[in-house]
Design a binder for this molecule. Structure first.
Ligand SMILES: [Zn+2]
Length: 305
């Protein structure tokens, strides 16, 4: 057993000690409770370098935007994004985030993620260039279905893994379209098409360059817990990203983002909804009845383009 595994082995205990005092404060918090809660920050050990080093990276020299990095290696930037995402995300789920205490179910999810990170299983972050339509995807503990459009990318990666496409992160136009598509949809001249294919790829202003990368990293790690996207039941990856990281990277209007963040945090505090976690049909009914299923659509309406 290598040194880092031994050291990380101790972190699970430290994390439990950090989360558990919070869960008994779920209701009727006094000023003293709140003071204690504020003091209950995650142990620095959880985020110490060996943990981040224990994550294997593959092909991420040009992370994040498919350009050789000027001052720091792509992999160092990736590790720093991962660490920042964990810092903000785990704190938030345990009730130390911008909106205070969430339902205890979310502190439990933070504990599950910390346990997974502390396990000896290799965690892999892999970068690809122009291989997916998605910015990032994560493997699920439930495996990958054959009809998943990302099957060809995902089945090569062993759980738990995250695959990041640096072309999509960078807002770079794909090189995989045919000439006709470049001409009619992107209005490129022939010399531009030639340059795009063989020289510098184009980065049109209307393609989004992803900024809040720690939020993206945390979002993907939530998928490692088996939480998948859905419109008919609570979508945890989306709710956590929106509440803990200030809305969406695709919305530049700060006020609109603030409103969406408030809504997501309010949903994460709803005792009735999370208490019904063991009864999926009941939870789905509450999700719909309270109009929580509208949040994603309302956010999409506020996307920049
Ligand atoms: Zn996702």
């Amino acid at each position: 057993m290598s040194a880092w595994i031994t050291r990380i082995g101790g972190l699970g205990t430290a994390f439990t000690a950090w989360v558990l005092p919070l869960t008994v404060l779920a209701s009727g918090a006094t000023a003293t409770d709140i003071a204690q809660r504020k003091a209950a920050v995650p142990p620095a050990a959880l985020l110490e370098q060996p943990l981040i080093d224990a994550v294997a990276t593959r092909g991420c020299e040009n992370y994040p935007y498919a350009e050789p990095a000027a001052f720091s290696s792509g992999e160092a930037i990736l590790r720093s994004d991962l660490k920042r995402g964990l810092q903000i995300g785990l704190q938030c789920l345990a009730g130390n985030g911008p909106m205070g205490y969430l339902h205890r179910y979310h502190a439990e999810q933070a504990g599950r993620l910390a346990d997974l990170l502390a396990s000896p299983q290799t965690k892999t972050l892999q970068c690809v260039e122009d291989k997916m339509f998605a910015t990032a995807v994560a493997t699920s503990p439930n495996g990958t279905s054959l009809d998943d459009p990302l099957y060809s990318v995902l089945h090569e990666a062993r759980y738990p893994a995250i695959i990041l496409d640096t072309y999509r992160l960078g807002g770079i136009l794909s090189r995989r379209y045919d000439d006709q598509t470049y001409r009619s949809f992107f209005h490129l001249r022939d010399d531009q098409i030639l340059e795009h294919r063989n020289g510098q790829p184009l980065r049109p202003a209307n393609l989004h360059r992803y900024q809040n990368r720690p939020a993206l990293m945390f979002h993907e790690m939530v998928h490692w817990l088996g939480h998948e996207h859905s419109a008919i039941y609570p979508d945890l990856a989306h709710l956590y990203e929106t509440c803990c990281f200030g809305g969406s990277d695709y919305i530049s209007d700060a006020d609109r983002n603030h409103d969406h963040q408030q809504t997501a945090c309010m949903i994460l505090k709803d005792d009735e909804l999370w208490r019904a976690g063991g009864q999926p049909y009941k939870q789905m009914r509450i999700w719909h009845h309270k109009g929580y299923d509208r949040l994603k659509g309302e956010m999409r309406n506020d996307y920049d383009s």
